[in-house]
Write a protein of this length. Structure first.
Length: 280
């Protein structure tokens, strides 16, 4: 009888310990699910192949998106060494958030009504415009010139389809897995133009190995409001990120990041957008 009481008591203590562990164990989560760092990690999705925005180098990660989301993460309680960077290609961004692979995505992620059905956005933190990148000696100067031409963009991006729908219905679309692949195809004459946001194109055109080989058409085919992607329904995180972005603009850090990342490419950026207000 006494043994039975001890066993029951021990079982109760053990159950209580399990409950406490389940409720208050490692609160960092694989994707940084806690509201602040506190010694945990946060997984953030970026691009690895976009000079000036999100680029993986032997020295680490660099670009405007990287600088913005590093600032945001610090405001959420995470130091730079607590960030785990995750490559998120265009076609995988919504899936990465819905699966919980990452907590935030800052990867030239334009806010659209279609995407807002699947994810939530903080921002915008940059206003870009869709443009064309062509060879330096190309006679393509307008989107309508792309009829019967080959136009490259990346899988999951809406840019090429926008051109086909609105300007050049006879354009031949050629999708690649990344912008670097599109750039190689343009250089080799496999496609006639590459389309995406002017901020992305400017970064590529400014690279040493491509200087003088390409040019921007200088078109403003659309307004692209870059936002930070957050899992659908996580309004608490959206609010915190928006507050961090507002602080980044007000304390001058946003302008500094623009100059450091886009200045060498002579990219004429728009002023900082008002957080929570999209430019249509």
């Amino acid at each position: 009888m006494k043994l039975r009481k001890v066993t029951a008591a021990s079982a109760a203590v053990f159950a209580l310990a399990l409950t406490a562990t389940a409720c208050g164990g490692d609160d960092s989560g694989d994707n940084g699910s806690s509201s602040s760092g506190g010694g945990g990690k946060i997984k953030i999705g970026i691009k690895y192949d976009q000079p000036g925005l999100g680029l993986k180098t032997p020295q680490g990660y660099e670009g405007f998106d990287v600088d913005v989301v590093t600032y945001v993460a610090k405001e959420l309680g995470y130091e730079p060494d607590q960030i785990e960077w995750v490559e998120t290609k265009s076609a995988e961004r919504e899936n990465a958030l819905s699966r919980g692979d990452v907590k935030l995505i800052a990867a030239t992620y334009s806010i659209t009504d279609e995407r807002k059905q699947k994810v939530d956005f903080a921002g915008p933190y940059l206003l870009a415009h869709q443009d064309l990148l062509v060879k330096a000696d190309s006679d393509i100067s307008e989107a309508t010139d792309l009829n019967d031409k080959k136009l490259c963009s990346v899988t999951g991006s809406t840019s090429a389809q926008n051109v086909k729908n609105d300007f050049a219905p006879k354009a031949q679309l050629s999708n690649r897995g990344g912008y670097s692949e599109c750039l190689s195809a343009l250089q080799n004459g496999q496609v006639d133009a590459l389309t995406t946001d002017d901020s992305i194109l400017a970064g590529y055109a400014a690279q040493d190995q491509y200087k003088g080989k390409f040019k921007l058409a200088g078109l403003k085919l659309s307004n692209e409001n870059y936002g930070i992607g957050v899992k659908k329904g996580d309004t608490e995180t959206v609010d915190k990120v928006n507050k961090a972005l507002e602080k980044m603009v007000s304390d001058g850090s946003w302008e500094k990041a623009v100059e450091e990342n886009f200045g060498p490419a002579n990219y004429k950026n728009e002023p900082a957008p008002k957080i929570g207000q999209l430019v249509q």
